[in-house]
Design a protein around this ligand. Sequence first.
Ligand SMILES: Cc1cc2nc3c(=O)[nH]c(=O)nc-3n(C[C@H](O)[C@H](O)[C@H](O)COP(=O)(O)OP(=O)(O)OC[C@H]3O[C@@H](n4cnc5c(N)ncnc54)[C@H](O)[C@@H]3O)c2cc1C
Length: 490
Amino acid sequence: MTTIVWFRQDLRLGDHPALDAAIQTGADQGHIIPVYIHPGYAPSDQTADATKPLYEGAAARWWRHHSLRSLAERLASCGSRLIIRQGEPLAELQRLIHETKANRVVWNRRMEPAARAEDTRIKAALRAEGINVDSFNGNYLHEPWTIQNKQGKPFKVFTPYWKAVVAAGLDLPTYPEPDNLPTVPRALNSLAIDELELLPAIAWDKDFYNHWQPGEPGAWSRFEDFLPLIDEYAEARNHLIGTGVSKLSAHLHFGEISPRQIVRYLLDTRGSVLEPRGIEHFVRELGWREFGAYLAYHYPQTVDAPLDARFLNFKWRDAPDDLRAWQRGQTGIPVVDAAMRCLWQTGWMHNRARMIVASFLTKNLLIDWRCGAAWFMDTLVDADEPSNTAGWQWTAGTGADAAPYFRIFNPVLQAEKFDPDGTFIRRWVPELARLENKYLFAPWTASETALAQAGIVLGKTYPEPISDLKVSRQRALVHFDQIKQNTTAP
Ligand SMILES: Cc1cc2nc3c(=O)[nH]c(=O)nc-3n(C[C@H](O)[C@H](O)[C@H](O)COP(=O)(O)OP(=O)(O)OC[C@H]3O[C@@H](n4cnc5c(N)ncnc54)[C@H](O)[C@@H]3O)c2cc1C
């Protein structure tokens, strides 16, 4: 039997159920053809056809380029070859089936609503042509349809959801990594990775190379670097400077390491993932990733609509200048600017920083969370539609298990608490580096002398705040109050 293994968000060889299934059924008699198909969609096509998976943003494309390169090397070291094609996935698969005489196609499932719709359509079309098609869970501990409340309904709140996941079991098997794979016919054509043109035309990505090593080996070395810190995770995860967290999100998003592998490794080396506190908390955060996928599966409309129906007609501000200042890290609120510049330069932002900038955009600036979510999708290396949607809807107060509408993060207090010595702000907003700590978090409160001594002229070397935090907080409370008095509860 010749089997096509279709790689998408699972760019690894270890714990790869689809690849394992191909190996189990007849690797010795036939070929295994590892394939990556790059969808040739332009961003503008997305609105035209909602069944097409989201176009990947620039930072994620950078990651994918290097991750594919790593996967191709790993396959080559097993005697195989990654076949790369570009175009409409069903047509490309049909072409490959014709060229290789394959009779089976396997893949690991994706959870983005548009991707699921595409997979369902492709599965039906190939089966109708007599091809065996099988899909597997390669990216989650438990898939969304397996976890329900006592009434058989989906959860909307994280804590009971996570309890149900833990009850379903975290001691899960993983699939072995192959040492050897059958060869791929020499005559089978493949594009070169460079031909996909995933890297930026203008070299804005220089800094990325200092921060990231995409691919399966990079994922494991990141995980190993994090392991000595895991016992401190529960506290250290809050420091904005980001040294206490794993930075595994992009590796997980591209499937270079699976959550099952992480949990398996912790169980094998530490005996439990429910204690001590650091490990329990870290694994629970993996649970938030699962919960994002769970919500996207059960409430697919929420990728671009509020889960809480009362927000459907919410009057967000149309304020393109404010949005641009936020995107560029020029709001005049140091912690917001530090976080947004960190995002631009490294493609990553700390979770608390994500909440701070999202709260500032949706509450202080009253700008639609979808504008922020779209910017994140374009600039994050870990841009992940389910996690991003859940994060934005949570912060905006429009989603499941959302932050209460009156919780408006005060960026000054947040910075004082989670960046007390100002390292994070000074790192990313160097024009404030010489300002004393007592003014660093709110430079507009500094005296003329203090500003002059630090070489700062507000409005010239660093912006005046684009929003008065007190006034805009009050405005948000009034707006959100009206919503809460509306009729339909979520
Ligand atoms: C507004 C907003 C947007 C977000 N957008 C994304 C996104 O596009 N992609 C993405 O992967 N995460 C997103 N998150 C979640 C979270 O911020 C990142 O997963 C986390 O900061 C990644 O850093 P880390 O790998 O060091 O996390 P760690 O703290 O080391 O956590 C380990 C892993 O758990 C998962 N995780 C942790 N926290 C969350 C969370 N709150 N929600 C979902 N998964 C979580 C991630 O896979 C992460 O790699 C968003 C959060 C917010 C508030």
